[in-house]
Design a binder for this molecule. Structure first.
Ligand SMILES: [Fe+2]
Length: 203
């Protein structure tokens, strides 16, 4: 099934699509592709980052979670991450693109402080895919060719929680986790240590 930008523009239709793709899926919720320790620079984090492409305010990354499973209620105040969007030319971004064979990507350092969480959701990556469309990368793109990865910078610490589909992840520092783009995922940090991951979307 090809990427459809009408569906991408409608959170409800996108959620229905994800549920359908999930029903058809027979593989695992996620896979650990490899483990490599990679040194990251100290990125300049902020809680209010936005993507500089596409139509705001849909491009605030945290917005994806607010409506999917919470009905019309307001987004809880602790449903936040500190983030940094890696820029073109960033050596870490270039390295992951090369290793994963990606023509284009969005990479975010997501830092989950103590006492914060992200409700269950599937990410649309709308502005990223609009950007890909303008680069001619989506003409024959299938939904399942949108790749999702999470790179874990630390071992899982006490109180930290990361779920993809029905599976709880117990990750080690350096693990690269891949999961299908339609998979619902959710995280929380009830422990005393801050958690760092690199979230990757690519085609
Ligand atoms: Fe997400």
């Amino acid at each position: 099934m090809k990427v459809d930008f009408d569906i991408l523009s409608d959170k409800k239709r996108f959620q229905d699509l994800c549920e359908e793709l999930n029903r058809q899926h027979t593989g695992p919720d996620y896979e650990i592709l490899w483990n490599k320790k990679i040194d990251f620079p100290a990125y300049d984090l902020a809680s209010d980052v936005y993507f500089e492409y596409g139509d705001k305010p849909n491009d605030y990354p945290g917005d994806e979670t607010s409506s999917f499973f919470l009905g019309d209620r307001d987004k809880p105040k602790n449903a936040v991450l500190d983030r940094y969007i890696l820029k073109e030319g960033d050596p870490i971004k270039a390295r992951f693109e090369q290793e994963l064979g990606l023509k284009a990507s969005r990479m975010m350092m997501n830092v989950q402080k103590q006492g914060t969480y992200i409700p269950p959701h599937s990410d649309r990556g709308k502005s990223f895919l609009l950007e890909c469309r303008d680069k001619g990368l989506t003409d024959d793109l299938e939904w399942l060719q949108i790749k999702r990865y999470i790179y874990f910078l630390q071992d899982r610490q006490v109180g930290q929680f990361f779920q993809v589909g029905d599976s709880q992840l117990d990750c080690k520092a350096g693990d690269l986790c891949q999961f299908p783009m339609f998979k619902v995922h959710t995280t929380a940090n009830a422990g005393p240590q801050v958690r760092h991951v690199l979230a990757i979307t690519g085609v």
